[in-house]
Design a protein around this ligand. Structure first.
Ligand SMILES: Cc1cc2nc3c(=O)[nH]c(=O)nc-3n(C[C@H](O)[C@H](O)[C@H](O)COP(=O)(O)OP(=O)(O)OC[C@H]3O[C@@H](n4cnc5c(N)ncnc54)[C@H](O)[C@@H]3O)c2cc1C
Ligand code: FES
Length: 252
């Protein structure tokens, strides 16, 4: 784990309210794996006090990319960065995706900004794996297909693709993958992950989910990011034991 002063190289709007930030951060870029995250100090002052966690979106040589939505003050400040600004980044943090197992097709399932960790995963998958990406959003303006391949789309309002959630669409299309061995990688709002978790456990499909919660330290000290284990008799820390978990391990 390192702290690096990362220089902003570019910042662009991908879709309304969603930004792609590229920073020069050679040390962390050389170490970070798909599904891990960084804890970013968004301002040079003490406000906001806590760092904000963001998944690694892409690694391009010495550069890191982060994809983020503006929710509150921290992400608003981050969205106002300009080329040449320096940002204090702590990482790599957490446990990422396991993707080198024996399976034929990697199925990516992303809801909204849940697309953030997948460009790097898609790029890192062994070349013998097929990839199919399921991307959901509220409407066509929220569909983030950056870095994705073989895409199926759903929107809540039906303005693009299937009308409904991305898990509903995947469940309808699952039969076409059934004859192959698949591994699912998912990130998105909790209701989406929960519906997927129920389906994949019932069908005995390998599924890893990238979870989210409020965080403080980001590396296992403050105990501020518990997630119940599947039996409900203990907990994991999202920052240290996750954020990526086998869907069978946790109670959402
Ligand atoms: C491991 C991990 C990885 C993450 N990766 C990403 C990423 O790649 N891209 C990204 O955009 N976000 C990501 N997040 C979420 C991100 O950290 C929060 O959006 C961010 O901390 C919000 O900071 P803020 O100061 O803007 O909002 P706050 O002031 O902290 O919150 C403002 C309001 O937004 C709500 N809010 C905060 N976070 C979310 C959220 N995730 N979804 C919906 N409402 C929210 C709060 O409840 C509050 O009402 C990740 C979170 C974790 C734990
Ligand atoms: S954020 Fe401190 S233990 Fe997880």
């Amino acid at each position: 784990m390192y702290i690096e002063k990362a220089r902003v190289d570019s910042i662009q709007t991908l879709v309304p309210n969603t930004y792609l930030l590229k920073v020069f951060s050679p040390l962390i870029a050389s170490k970070i794996k798909p599904g891990q995250f960084c804890n970013i100090k968004v301002s040079e002052t003490d406000y906001p006090l806590l760092r904000r966690p963001f998944s690694i979106c892409e690694v391009d040589g010495n550069y890191l990319h982060f994809m983020f939505d503006v929710h509150g003050e921290g992400t608003r400040i981050l969205s106002s960065k300009i080329i040449g600004d320096e940002i204090d980044i702590l990482g790599p943090l957490g446990k990422g995706f396991t993707y080198d197992g024996v399976y034929k097709t990697a199925i990516i399932i992303a809801g909204g900004i849940g697309a953030a960790p997948f460009p790097y995963l898609v790029e890192s998958l062994p070349k013998d794996k097929e990839v199919h990406c399921y991307i959901g959003g509220r409407s066509k303006n929220n569909i983030i297909d950056y870095g994705m391949k073989n895409i199926s789309v759903s929107t809540d309002d039906g303005s693009l693709g299937y009308k409904g959630t991305i898990v509903e669409l995947f469940k309808q299309e699952y039969e076409k993958f059934k004859k192959d061995s698949v591994s699912i990688f998912a990130c998105g709002p909790n209701p989406i992950l929960k519906a997927l978790q129920e389906f994949t456990i019932a069908k005995n499909i390998d599924c890893q989910i990238s979870t989210e919660c409020a965080m403080a330290c980001g590396f296992g000290i403050c105990q501020g990011c518990p997630i119940d284990n599947a039996d409900g008799d203990g907990y994991y820390l999202v920052c240290k034991d996750g954020p990526v978990f086998d869907a069978r391990m946790v109670r959402l």
